[in-house]
Write a protein that binds this ligand. Structure first.
Ligand code: GLA
Length: 392
């Protein structure tokens, strides 16, 4: 167990792009190069998105004779060359494997070969490892399996962000830091729907918010270690994030209001921001959403506090998050079917008191005004108004 390492990595929630939702098991080296270029060309790198992570299916079906992972034929130049390509664009490079005998798509994985694989990853120049929970666990519990890779990453001569993908099954927020993790999934896979049916794969945006409200996971969350409610589904249809073995009906993609709520809440939760869509077809609305500086400042606020609900009743929700400047981000979320006014007061959210005057900034429009304490916003159905409140 490695709970005494200096935590220089992940001081704010990691930001980047992951291949899974956009490319699933068909991902190729060319897709990754294109994504790296697109992250730069769209201005997303400039906004702070820095990791390019190749998810499942990058590896060949067989290892070498000593158990090392080999890239598949879809990565003809190998992972060191791909890492170089990503690094040359001022970005960081990540890979995926699993804490079992196989990945979720049945490729060779890392249980029992942690040190060997961590050495490979360091030699290739990777900066981020997503470590999934599929395959045979050989009777070993989650903490033991995730600690083995944490120790292996600690032993190599390279700083690698350790992203634990255990789906929140064994409350990883209790032990994620102690096994060296910088972020840990708190939920099942997110899909690009508002709600998923209980018997279908994954969680919709509203399901994930309910789960984040219900689990008492905020205490472990902060600089160096983050609860992860999964990749951003902005830009995706509801079929994204499914393997070919798990077909679902194609329904409508997320509406603009739902996408706004998704992004506002991931920032309010100080969640890792890993984009999950094909960047070559990003709409203007989605690009502007993902690069909203006021929201990114809330996500990346140095205090690193996870926002929590102050009020969840009759389809009106108020959530807030304390910020390093003594102010707070306050979200007004409408769960209902009709536009509604939602109000609260600074005394009901976590704002430093004393001055009696507060500056309010609407994170969507940039409009600013003063208040003596009352806060009232209007939100469309499934939309979220979000403000930054600062004591004057
Ligand atoms: C699991 C993970 C996903 C993704 C897939 C890949 O479902 O939770 O994020 O990595 O495996 O197979």
């Amino acid at each position: 167990m490695t709970d005494d390492r200096p935590r220089q990595l992940g001081r704010t929630p990691p930001m980047g792009w992951n291949s899974w939702n956009a490319f699933s098991c068909d991902v190729t080296e060319a897709d990754i190069r294109t994504a790296a270029d697109a992250l730069v060309d769209t201005g997303l790198r400039e906004a702070g998105y820095e990791y390019i992570v190749v998810d499942d299916c990058w590896m060949a079906t067989e290892t070498d004779s000593e158990g090392r992972l080999l890239p598949s034929a879809d990565f003809p130049n190998g992972m060191a060359a791909l890492a170089d390509y990503v690094h040359e664009r001022g970005l960081k490079f990540g890979l995926y494997t699993s804490a079992g005998t196989k990945t979720c798509q049945g490729y060779p994985a890392s249980l029992g070969r942690e040190r060997l694989h961590a050495e490979q990853f360091a030699e290739w120049g990777i900066d981020y490892l997503k470590y999934d929970n599929c395959g045979d666990h050989r009777g070993r519990d989650a903490i033991d399996r995730y600690a083995a890779m944490g120790d292996a990453l600690e032993s190599v001569d390279r700083e690698i962000v350790y992203s634990i993908c255990e789906w929140g099954e064994n409350r990883p927020w209790k032990w994620g830091r102690n096994v060296g993790g910088h972020l840990w999934r708190a939920t099942d896979d997110l899909v690009a729907k508002w709600r998923a049916d209980p018997d279908e794969f994954g969680l919709g945006i509203a399901d994930a918010l309910d789960r984040m409200a219900d689990i008492d996971a905020g205490a472990a969350h902060g600089p160096g270690g983050w609860n992860d409610p999964d990749m951003l589904q902005i830009g995706n249809g509801p079929q994204s994030g499914q393997s070919e073995h798990e077909p679902v009906d194609v329904q409508r993609p997320l509406t603009k209001a739902e996408r706004r709520t998704h992004f506002a809440f991931w920032c309010l939760l100080a969640a890792p921001l890993m984009i999950g869509t094909d960047l070559t077809s990003l709409s203007r609305f989605d690009r502007e959403l993902l690069t909203n500086e006021r929201l990114l400042a809330i996500d990346q606020d140095p205090l690193g506090i996870q926002g929590t609900p102050d009020r969840r009743d009759s389809d009106a929700e108020v959530w807030s998050k304390r910020l390093a400047d003594g102010g707070a981000a306050v979200a007004f979320h409408n769960r209902g079917d009709a536009e509604r006014d939602i109000s609260t007061h600074v005394s009901a959210v976590d704002v430093a008191g004393g001055t009696g005057r507060y500056r309010v900034c609407d994170c969507w429009t940039g409009n600013e005004w003063d208040t003596g304490g009352s806060l009232a916003m209007t939100a469309d159905p499934r939309d979220t108004a979000i403000v930054r409140v600062t004591p004057c």
